[in-house]
Design a protein around this ligand. Structure first.
Ligand code: XMP
Length: 504
């Protein structure tokens, strides 16, 4: 398959380059700079070299024989590295080269700038700057403070920009990338994640020639799509388990199981409610809660899996951003605390992660093609430890049912007002403090419900969703009227960072 390699030199934006290319219909992969093979495979039709937090004088090298071997777009640090390598000069910059800048195209014939306005806004983020172009290069764009904002050497298929076309703040960023991918590299731009299903299932079949595979399904999109792919590949050798922790939202178990049924995914329910409540009795420390839930989850899952003969594989819904550690891109690790139901080491199972190379929206596209109903695909993320991390203080059956009811009212209100699909994640939290109120002629003390709704793209950063006042007050009115023992309802307007999305 025609592929773009994005060589990662450690920029915070490297993964974004991969994402943009795929949005343009070009299959792209991120390669850490220190794990490059000696030669370029023939299916690699182009290269984008990322930025870096390093300075050119100390930064990592690129195999020089790659220069000229394929079309290259060098971004930021890489543009400087190539310039320095090819007889130009790079020095520490004294002008402001962070943030927005107006770029002026001075070589509209350059294929990179074809069809684009002569002036537009770009996003800069660098400490060094090019002070002399490399030999044979022509200047293609500049800004008021940066004389060499972009250059090219078309005979060598080399294009370089000191700004970041991959970030949304660069107005023509997508058009620049399209010019590079379509016109310069010749990509056909017809890659779609859902077209990968046949290829994925046949390679899964090869990966798992014999033996059984197990998967703990959380009801989330990632584990569901991973399971569906494996089930499609190996049929009845796949065994899914859904642990009912008793810490699920109202109606969640029914909703999830009916979606699994609709797509023919065989999933066995493990009844864990009593065991989880027992394990959480008297526990108020958030870390202890998480640990107890994690351990019990694995214990129950393992016990069921042990009944099956010949289990060789554990299927997980790990996705691309979980695998690629931002920064160096070198270490492949899975987020640890977000990974309830991880691999029990002593079972020595092989890990199967069919979604390792996919982004969340691509997983949704795969899920859609595999027949998952739309309402299932638009569900908000839900943490593995469930409502336990949304109940501050002790988790008791009474408090779970109080929170569940308040959460249900909030979600219903969002659905009714069409806000559910316009916020990334929304939920209620129960605080252990009691606040004073009046009930009839008497003072009453009830617990506090916090409503939280955030806008985000990946959960790494988030800002509070600006819900209309009427929506919030409708939810608050109903919660105070319908949920016993609640004294106050408040809305959380904290951003992440410094706050997190969850309260524990
Ligand atoms: P935080 O609270 O870290 O949450 O800002 C970021 C995203 O991750 C989800 N989250 C979890 N998901 N197990 C999960 O599967 C967990 O332990 C966990 N903790 C947080 C959270 O809901 C948000 O979407």
């Amino acid at each position: 398959m025609e592929t773009l390699w994005v060589v990662d030199f450690g920029s915070q934006y490297s993964l974004l380059i991969v994402r943009r290319a795929r949005e343009l219909g070009v299959y792209a992969e991120l390669l850490p700079w220190n794990r490059l093979p000696d030669s370029l495979p023939s299916h690699v039709k182009g290269l984008i070299l990322s930025g870096s937090h390093a300075s050119v004088s100390e930064g990592p090298p690129l195999p020089t024989h790659w220069l000229g071997a394929r079309p290259i777009l060098a971004i930021c640090y890489s543009a400087q590295w190539v310039a320095a390598r090819r007889g130009g000069a790079v020095e520490e910059s004294f002008a402001r080269e962070y943030g927005p800048a107006e770029v002026e195209v001075c070589e509209p014939d350059s294929p990179l700038w074809k069809g684009l306005p002569l002036q537009s806004r770009v996003w800069m983020s660098h400490g060094d700057t090019i002070t002399a172009l490399p030999k044979g290069a022509r200047l293609t764009a500049r800004t008021q403070t940066i004389p060499f904002a972009a250059y090219d050497i078309p005979e060598e298929q080399l294009y370089a920009v000191q700004f970041h076309p991959e970030v949304v703040h660069t107005e023509q960023g997508k058009a620049i990338l399209r010019n590079f991918l379509r016109d310069i590299c010749g990509f056909t731009e017809n890659w779609r994640p859902e077209d990968e299903i046949e290829q994925l299932t046949s390679s899964l079949r090869e990966q798992m020639p014999t033996g059984e595979a197990i998967c703990a399904l959380s009801g989330g999109i990632d584990s569901t799509v991973a399971a569906l792919l494996v089930h499609k590949a190996i049929g009845e050798r796949f065994h899914g388990f859904f642990v009912d922790t008793g810490l699920l939202r109202a109606g969640e178990r029914e909703e999830v199981l009916s979606a699994y049924k609709a797509v023919g995914l065989p999933v066995q329910v493990i009844e864990g409610e009593a065991a989880f409540y027992q394990a959480l009795k008297g526990v108020t420390d958030p870390e202890t809660k998480r640990k107890r839930i994690g351990h019990l989850f694995i214990e129950l899952f393992e016990k069921e899996a042990a009944r099956l003969p010949h289990v060789h594989y554990l299927v997980q819904g790990t996705i691309y951003p979980d695998v690629v550690e931002s920064g160096t891109g070198v270490a492949a690790t899975i987020k640890s605390h977000h990974n309830v139901g991880g691999l029990p080491k002593h079972l020595s199972l092989s890990l199967i992660e069919p979604l390792r190379l996919f982004f969340k929206d691509e997983v949704r596209a795969l899920g859609k093609r595999l027949g998952l109903p739309p309402h299932f695909l638009e569900r908000h993320p839900f943490p593995g430890p469930g409502l336990a991390v949304r109940i501050l203080g002790e988790v008791t059956p009474e408090r779970v049912s109080r929170l569940r009811k308040a959460d249900q009212i909030f979600i219903e209100t969002l659905r009714k007002s069409q806000w559910y699909t316009h916020t990334w994640q929304a939920f209620a939290v129960l605080l252990p403090q009691r606040a004073v109120g009046v009930g009839g002629d008497q003072r009453s003390y009830g617990e506090v419900i916090v409503l939280r709704a955030v806008d985000s793209t990946d959960g790494m950063t988030a800002s509070p969703t600006p819900l209309p006042h009427e929506v919030l007050s409708e939810a608050a009115k109903r919660i105070l009227a319908e949920v016993p023992d609640i004294g106050r309802v408040v809305y959380d307007i904290s951003t992440k960072p410094p706050a997190t999305i969850e309260w524990e």
